[in-house]
Design a protein around this ligand. Sequence first.
Ligand SMILES: [Ca+2]
Length: 385
Amino acid sequence: MDALKKLIALLLLAMISTTAFAITDAQVFAYAEANYPSIFTGTATAGQYQQYNYRYYPVSGNYLAVDTSGVIYILGPYTGGVAIAVGPVSAYAATITAWEATQFATVYGEPTQQESSLALRSDIVFYGGFEADAPGSTNWNKNWGIAFNNRIANSTIVTGVDAIAGSKAIRIDYPQGGVGPNATGMQFPIDFTRITGMQSGYDSLYLRYYVYFEPGFDFVKGGKLPGLMGGSSSWRRSGGSIPDGTDGWTLRFMWLTDGEAVIYAYLPPGQYQQGVFGTVIKMNTFFTTGIWICLEQFVKLNTIGQNDGKLTVWMDGVQVLDLSDVNYRTVDNAAGKVSGIYVSTFHGGDTADWAPSVTSYARFDGFVAALNRVGPYLMVPFPQP
Ligand SMILES: [Ca+2]
């Protein structure tokens, strides 16, 4: 039995290590720019050419690319105008990881996040864990870039075993008979463009958070849950305001009847946006009450003019959706970038048949935005490779 347990633990560690330390193209570009600024100078233009995902540095005239097989190439004055393969990404993985460990990014939101497994990582850009304040106060959100809110004042900070990450979480009520964000739940955007010093938009980003539906939570017909959003006040892409490709998007989670878990998308008209309200994207899974549930989203923006954007979703660490044909935008502007988290949760719909029959409660904790996948909350740090 002990041998079996040990084997399972080793397999889990292997899975976690593989997931956490696979090197993305973005990490290759960041490493090269920081360590070889005379070759990869200044601001780059991003693009795709055939099998190459590349950055072009107009100041030095050089290209840096990673092809679909994971090989790094350089082309430009530095190579005498000839494309030269400098080796597979895997050969540089250890070097890049070691460099990253010395380059800790500033974590916005709550500067001191509460998860020891994240403290070793350099790629966390936002953390929100409700730890920064005394119970009963709403001071926790002062550095979260919040443009407006519905019902923050109706929430409470709970402590101890009622939290999952750290020692505090937020508890939200959904009063009996209430419908919509002014009567149930809570709603506010975490808008990166409003957080001083933070990069305002990303071409790709990972979100993770935890939700706990307290026992007795009445799902009724459905309600909203937080998800990633675009820039330029993208939270307005909700409530029947369909994006046009130039003005952002939202990708909230939603629960439906019996707690069915889905994505509720406001995207430009197309495959994943066909009505006058948001579009449900099914995931063939259900929320249950009485347990903390880990939700993760990954968004990678589409190339302009192509439906090749990515949306991947994990629930409790298991992939439940993986799309590679999403259209987030038709132009390259600030509205299209991944620029925040729309913390939006309420019963509705907007008619009385969406209202909970009993006052219901949910808790949230551990909001993380990161350049790489975050994964479920771990009580102990990752082993370092
Ligand atoms: Ca917390």
